[in-house]
Write a protein that binds this ligand. Structure first.
Ligand code: BTN
Length: 331
């Protein structure tokens, strides 16, 4: 209510709208202040939100959740080793589902293929979602694609809302699940799972986004960028997270109903930066080709299982490139 109001909100209005006591309001205001919200109270006028810049917290994010995203329970922690690792522990010790863990800082963020993920404090988004889908374990890789679509949609929305329409147009998915802006990476996604034969115990999808980062190390700066670096403006991480969760819930339900990318592949391909581009295919085993060779082809888009279809120049065939087995790069 404070966020949506331009001026003061009186205690009386809070009591009426929220059906809670004056004492409860006072307690809530104090807990928001502790989270970092700059709230001023003036006798006879009520409360006013002076600033919420840079804040990250479970109350703030929960209050922004809309539509299907209200199913998510948000947990926030200032610093943690890795939000993925922590949710995996939760997955083994509880029956929690649709839990979202958000951290302001990770001390040992995980990237794909055993790499580490650079996770400085107060600038980026580190979030993991705990899911328990009743699907074939072989389809889990599609959840990463679904998450990439959700991130792409939310980041475009944020940029468009702030007037950066050109930057929004340059955002896209690098198959299978990185989000790029132009030639640089903005977001990485790591999905981890555990299953017993055909039964999935848990899926944890972790999303790391460079939002308000001002600098990167020499090593990273040629390959990574942030929303700030593209626009010279800070973005509200809480709104981005809420938008991601809303889009993710929508896409995820469609994926679960189809148990494939059938209804999502056109939308995915619309955001695919590799589409109709020449790509280099690294690794993988194709019978007639040397293992670990680098091959060229033209990417067409994904199929209903999320594999990338590439018209290979050497074999003159359309091959299904499966995530995890090979990596691709635009030429
Ligand atoms: C990659 O690009 O290699 C994937 C990076 C995934 C990073 C996110 S940040 C939140 C979650 N917790 C982690 O430890 N990793 C993922």
């Amino acid at each position: 209510m404070l966020k949506n109001s331009d001026g003061f909100v009186s205690g009386e209005i809070f009591c009426k709208e929220l059906n809670i006591s004056r004492q409860a309001i006072w307690k809530n205001i104090n807990s928001l202040k502790k989270d970092g919200y700059d709230i001023e109270s003036v006798k006879g006028k009520g409360y006013i939100l002076r600033s919420d810049e840079g804040i990250l917290g479970s109350a703030g994010i929960t209050s922004l959740l809309e539509g299907k995203a209200i199913r998510y329970r948000i947990e926030y922690t200032e610093s943690i080793d890795s939000t993925n690792k922590a949710l995996i522990k939760k997955a083994y010790t509880t029956d929690a589902e649709n839990m979202v863990l958000i951290a302001d800082h990770q001390t040992s963020g995980l990237g794909r293929r055993g790499r580490s993920f650079y996770s400085p404090a107060k600038e980026s988004i580190y979030m993991s979602i705990l899911l328990r889908p009743k699907i074939d374990p072989g389809s889990v890789s599609c959840i990463t694609l679904v998450a990439a679509m959700a991130v792409c949609k939310a980041l475009k929305k944020s940029l468009n809302k702030s007037g950066y329409k050109e930057a929004a147009k340059r955002i896209g998915i690098k198959w299978p699940n990185d989000i790029w802006i132009g030639e640089k990476k903005l977001c990485g996604i790591l999905t981890q799972m555990s299953c017993e034969s055909d039964y999935i115990t848990y899926v944890v999808t972790g999303i790391g986004i460079n939002v308000n980062n001002k600098v990167f190390s020499d090593e990273l700066k040629s390959i990574a960028t942030s929303l700030f670096m593209e626009t010279n403006q800070n973005f509200d991480r809480q709104s981005i997270i809420a938008d991601i969760l809303e889009a993710f819930a929508e896409y995820y339900d469609i994926f679960l109903a189809d148990k494939s990318m059938k209804s999502l592949m056109v939308d995915y391909d619309d955001n695919l930066i590799n589409k109709s581009k020449e790509v280099l295919v690294y690794g993988g085993l194709v019978e007639e080709i040397e293992p670990d060779s680098v091959r060229r082809g033209k990417a067409r888009g994904i199929d209903i299982d999320g594999a990338l279809l590439v018209d290979m120049y050497d074999t003159k065939k359309t091959e299904r490139i499966i995530a995890g087995e090979v990596s691709i790069r635009n030429t």
